[in-house]
Design a protein around this ligand. Sequence first.
Ligand code: PEP
Length: 246
Amino acid sequence: MRERLVVGNWKMNPPTIADAVSLARAVARAHHGAVSVAVAPPFVAIPAVADALAGSDIAVYAQDVHWEERGAYTSQIAASMLRGLAVGSIVGHSEVRRDLGDDDGRVAKKVLRALAADLRVVLCVGESEDEFEHDETDAVLERQVRAVVRSVGSSQGRLIIAYEPIWAIGTGRPATAEHAAKAAAKIRNVLRDEGLAAEDIRVLYGGSVSSITVGDFAGARGIDGALVGGASLKADEFAAIVHAFG
Ligand code: PEP
């Protein structure tokens, strides 16, 4: 039985570290359930948020890590620097692929580095609008998942995959539950084909999940939780999403 998980991706929000701490406290106050919950604040807010959430059931994730451990990589954060602060990291988010030039090769290196540092990884995969319209979702998922999971081996217990169709992120236009379930099945086929224990690896859905749309995904076959952007910035809204998966 896979434990359900809801992760709030705060992106470049909220505006101050004090606001991040308030949000973290509100998320912890609103959480009373069996579902695993995590928040991913911006790097600068991670220490304060980790401190605010110490002793709670809410885990802290980073939004990215670098693929190297040390060196001349201005602005970057090594996976090992998160030790004691975060238990995991998002990797391969489409906004990082878009804005910072991450490709499948870099994402694969980042995932391996994060796993080697004992972090959990939420690996984001998903097709663009154009690829969706040309019925290329399966081909994109096959490429993105295969590129990464090949060398994951015994760390697979800490790997989580988030199916995030790019056209659904922040648009208020989520995928249908049927499309998400098909994508989850495709992802597990690739995992199985690569020799991983696909039935044990959690697959989340992300893309305009809200308290209104979450019911569809909470009931979708093969979907074990959500990666939530905009709606994770309001504690009550986020709590309603978490509750739907409980
Ligand atoms: C995301 O960026 O991971 C995301 C799912 O965003 P939103 O929920 O705002 O669509």
